[in-house]
Ligand binder design. Structure first.
Ligand SMILES: Cc1cc2nc3c(=O)[nH]c(=O)nc-3n(C[C@H](O)[C@H](O)[C@H](O)COP(=O)(O)OP(=O)(O)OC[C@H]3O[C@@H](n4cnc5c(N)ncnc54)[C@H](O)[C@@H]3O)c2cc1C
Length: 439
């Protein structure tokens, strides 16, 4: 089926919902396409509560529904072209592709967690911090489980508090950033009472749970599953017994669709103008893909992108100052939670770096001939060529070796060949050669 809209938004998180609401309220036909079963993105996942985040979610979703924009949940965008504007979404529940035609496109694809390899990180019982939180929100019973929360970023506190509320015993929180850097970051919060209050609330909820700064995981112990985690503060190493490790090293922007559309990138993510316009005409970007900066930045960027795409640039200028302040906060957060060099030498030669293809660090270091870049690693070892298409090992290898995955090709998520073959073979759907699909 081919659906036609003035504006299509990819992503129904805070940025996408704000963009769609603004554009639809301005009188445009707007569709939001998201791969999750419900709107809300990462922070506003299913699972109602009475926190400030839950209230913000309710308000954003009510405003979105009132705007009349259409939501296509469970639709994963796998291919897109800028001119004429078309995209293809994989509808997993119905095992088919669906096409959308648009005048303008707003990319609000969010971010994902960064993982780094260390001995034992692929053992059952090791989860991404946000990933475990999502599982628990989805019904996973964590009551009575001893959990170590480790890695870096503000997400660790939020996850620990949430898991504790759901009955987990949080053994410790290990934040790799040193206290000196975090203290510097705290000065940024002085002008943001809401964030200070949120931090204080989380700390109160966590009670006596230790929050160790300058502390990181060196290895996970266990046989079939995690039994303990080895932690260090650089001078002392000790073992904490636990059932689960929730570990994530801050976030990396989801820029694959923007790369496919040949939007220019910066170090932080997708390059955008003051109007959230990318380097490709008619394509806008909002939220975490432009640089990780949190929910308030995502919301205001989304509003600007929606207004500008709907031809209301003058109204959007009122929001620039707020957007710029949030961006500054995001940059300070990135500096505060930058990775310490010790984390980049935790993996041993036999540590798996690419989980999909079972590629070990030693395979990339090769005694005779070390791999020289991402493409060389892919060609020689199949690193990054499994189902996640380098989403997990790509950012890790960028941190470890400085390798960047320069080539993004459709489909950006795996799609069964049968679906690609039965899709309408008009100009709007790119049928790929089998060898490309098996990448
Ligand atoms: C796992 C995780 C958990 C988090 N938990 C918290 C938390 O508890 N508290 C907090 O303050 N912050 C949390 N964050 C950070 C928070 O997500 C951001 O601050 C904020 O939600 C960003 O909003 P956004 O709209 O830019 O992106 P998101 O909320 O990430 O929304 C992007 C949406 O786009 C969808 N999407 C991406 N690509 C495609 C595609 N190709 N096709 C279709 N849909 C697509 C995603 O599935 C997602 O629903 C979390 C982040 C992650 C990664």
């Amino acid at each position: 089926m081919n659906r036609t809209y003035d504006i299509v938004v990819v992503g129904a998180g805070p940025a996408g919902l704000a963009a769609a609401t603004a554009a639809s309220n301005a009188g445009h036909r707007v569709a939001v396409v998201d791969d999750n079963p419900h709107a809300g993105g990462q922070i506003w996942r299913a699972g109602a509560g009475r926190s400030a985040a839950d209230r913000a979610k309710e308000q954003a979703i009510a405003a979105f529904e009132a705007s009349g924009a259409d939501l296509f949940a469970g639709h994963q965008v796998v291919d897109a072209a800028p001119s004429p504007g078309t995209l293809q979404a994989w509808v997993g529940a119905e095992q088919r592709l669906e096409s959308f035609a648009f005048e303008s496109l707003i990319l609000a694809t969010g971010a994902r967690e960064r993982f780094l390899p260390f001995p034992g990180w692929t053992l059952p019982g090791v989860f991404g911090a946000g990933g475990l939180q999502a599982l628990v929100r989805g019904g996973y019973d964590i009551r009575g489980k001893r959990v170590v929360v480790a890695g870096t970023g503000p997400l660790l506190l939020a996850v620990a508090a949430h898991l504790k509320q759901d009955g987990a015993e949080i053994v410790t929180i290990a934040e790799q950033a040193p206290m000196r850097r975090l203290a510097g970051f705290a000065t940024n919060l002085i002008s943001r009472p809401a964030k200070v209050l949120q931090g204080m609330r989380l700390r109160t909820e966590l009670g006596s749970v230790p929050y160790r700064t300058g502390c990181w995981v060196v290895a996970v112990e266990g046989g079939e599953t995690v039994t303990a985690v080895r932690l260090t503060d650089g001078s002392r190493t000790w073992t904490e017994r636990c059932d689960l490790l929730a570990c994530g090293f801050h976030l990396v922007p989801n820029t694959e669709l923007a790369s496919l559309l040949e939007c220019r990138m910066t170090e932080a993510g997708v390059e955008v103008s003051a109007e959230q316009q990318t380097s490709v005409k008619g394509i806008y970007c909002a939220g975490e893909p432009t640089g990780v900066a949190g929910v308030d930045a995502a919301t205001v960027q989304g509003k600007i992108a929606g207004l500008v795409a709907a031809g209301k640039s003058a109204a959007a200028t009122q929001l620039y100052a707020r957007r710029d302040a949030e961006a500054a906060f995001g940059r300070a957060m990135t500096l505060a939670f930058a990775l310490r060099p010790e984390l980049l030498s935790l993996a041993a030669p036999d540590t798996i770096v690419c989980r999909c293809e079972d590629v070990r660090l030693g395979d990339l270091q090769g005694k005779m001939m070390p791999r020289k870049d991402w493409t060389d690693a892919k060609l020689q070892t199949r690193c990054g060529m499994g189902p996640c298409q380098g989403r997990i090992c790509g950012p890790a290898l960028e941190a470890l070796f400085g390798w960047r995955n320069a080539s993004v090709r459709p489909p950006v998520f795996p799609v069964p060949i049968s679906a690609l073959c039965s899709a309408p073979s008009d100009d709007e759907v790119s049928i790929l050669e089998p060898q490309e699909i098996s990448r």
